[in-house]
Design a protein around this ligand. Structure first.
Ligand code: CAO
Length: 442
């Protein structure tokens, strides 16, 4: 395997800037665009991304070093293919130059020039600026730490960095500081952590009632618990229940199982549901939307990325299938299987869990007749599926009962965005789509 030098790319007017954090270690496997390190000038801090993926063989810089474009950062072992890719990436680093597109810094601190090819997530954050968080004292943290904080729950915009004391050089907030802060917040009695003013829950010694065993919560449970709690209290939920007749759909699915198996696909009901949901989202666009952060407008999405709740031994994760409108049911089924396997093997990447427009939570393989799913904010609705069951249904001619396979639907929506009438229209639309499989093709 070839070993390549990784040099600092063209980073605009950053020259002789100090390395304040190194995010990779020797032996780490990294992908293209992984943040390698953070550099800081007196005006801004910026992450340097990896131009290609591979295994870190040697670090050529340490915290405190001063670097400029062209400085050697590290040695990376790559596959031949990656090296080929790297050539074009490196070229684009040098060739493209454009005006900066960064958060507006205070007037006394003009933004440094940054080439347009540097991805937004690696662009400079003005030092001490307070991007994307609630007001408070200025927080001193690298772009990588800000991004990490933004991706976490508790505060609607992530973690409010102004509440955290930094233990790094010059009071800089490190990733470990954010993690330690979250740990403390989660340990606080319910309500206090998100400032609801509830009286603290009493601390009870359960051993007084009998034998107990205390087990730590998994990392996923802690993070998803905080998000679920925030979503539950911040979005006024209404759940609309309905039932869809999937007798014909299920016959069709079974008739396709052999063909699907030949193509290596496990064709489950959920794949059809995802397709039907996208059709309903096109018809009722307010379900494919998010409230703007200021609550003053609705952001309507023209793309259709659907997440599905996946039960893993570590807790709940929500992989996202992208551009469902451009995929057929077999492709969706295939991705469902692949993503669920990755989730259960803990190999799901962060990107595969981001960008969802709507979520489906299926408990149909387990049981139950209905439940009230919690909206995966900032999405505005979520569909719960329970176990389909045979029921006697009065036939269209109104003469007799017929056995029909009925699928219970539980649609929770954010009542700030969606009215009850639209909630009922959405599930009625789903009923129609699911009762006549031909409609899914339209
Ligand atoms: N009614 C009746 N049977 C159903 C059904 C339904 N609504 N949905 C699935 N089934 C059947 C499937 O057909 C399959 O049957 P066979 O084994 O005979 O083929 C079986 O149940 C198991 O299905 P599955 O769970 O493997 O596949 P899926 O595509 O339906 O679901 C996934 C995939 C990832 C959603 C699921 O495995 C899962 O993790 N579900 C839990 C989600 C969850 O925890 N939600 C709660 C979130 S809130 O805490």
């Amino acid at each position: 395997m070839p070993i390549k030098e990784v040099l600092v790319p063209d980073i605009g007017s950053f020259k002789d800037v100090e390395v304040i954090e190194i995010m990779v270690n020797v032996g780490d496997q990294i992908a293209t665009d992984t943040s390698l390190m953070t550099v800081e000038s007196d005006k801004a801090a910026m992450d340097i991304p990896a131009p290609f993926g591979g295994t870190v063989k040697e670090l050529k810089i340490k915290v405190g070093d001063k670097i400029s474009a062209g400085s050697l950062i590290l040695m990376l072992e790559t596959s031949g293919e990656a090296v080929a890719n790297s050539a074009s990436t490196a070229k684009s680093f040098i060739e493209i130059k454009a005006a900066p597109d960064v958060a507006v810094p205070p007037p006394s601190h003009p933004a440094p020039e940054v080439p347009a090819h540097i991805p937004p997530k690696h662009r400079p954050d003005p030092v001490g600026a307070h991007v994307g968080f609630a007001s408070g004292k200025p927080a001193h943290a690298s772009p990588a730490v800000r991004r990490f904080a933004r991706e976490l729950g508790i505060h609607p915009d992530g973690v409010d960095l102004s509440r955290i004391s930094g233990s790094g050089p010059r009071g800089r907030i490190l990733k470990e500081d954010v993690q330690a802060w979250i740990k403390t917040e989660l340990a606080k009695p319910t309500g206090e952590a998100i400032g609801l003013g509830f009286p603290p829950a009493p601390v009870i010694d359960f051993t007084q009632f009998g034998e107990i065993d205390t087990q730590p919560l998994s990392r996923i449970k802690k993070l998803s618990g905080a998000n679920l709690h925030r979503n539950w209290v911040s979005a006024p939920h209404v759940t609309q229940f309905d039932e869809a007749d999937i007798t014909d759909l299920e016959d069709f699915r079974k008739s396709m199982l052999d063909e699907a198996a030949k193509r290596g696909v496990k064709l489950t009901l959920l794949a059809f549901l995802i397709k039907a949901v996208v059709n309903a989202l096109r018809t009722y666009p307010t379900f494919n939307a998010s409230l703007a952060a200021d609550g003053e407008s609705l952001v309507l999405k023209k793309y259709f990325h659907v997440g599905f709740a996946c039960d893993t031994p570590d807790g709940l994760v929500v992989p996202v299938i992208r551009d469902v409108n451009k995929k057929d049911v077999m492709e969706i089924a295939n991705e469902l299987t692949e993503l669920s396997e990755l989730a259960r093997e803990r190999k799901l990447k962060i990107d595969a869990m981001q960008g969802g427009c709507f979520t489906i939570s299926s408990l149909g393989g387990i049981g139950g007749t209905a439940f009230t799913p919690i909206i995966n904010c900032p999405e505005v609705a979520i569909l719960g599926l329970s176990r389909a069951d045979w029921k006697p249904v009065w036939n269209k001619a109104g003469k007799t009962f017929e056995p029909r396979l009925m699928l219970p639907l539980s649609l929770s929506y954010d009542h700030r965005v969606i009215d009850g009438a639209d909630g009922a229209r959405f599930t009625s639309h789903l009923r129609l789509m699911l009762s006549d499989v031909r409609r899914l093709l339209l």
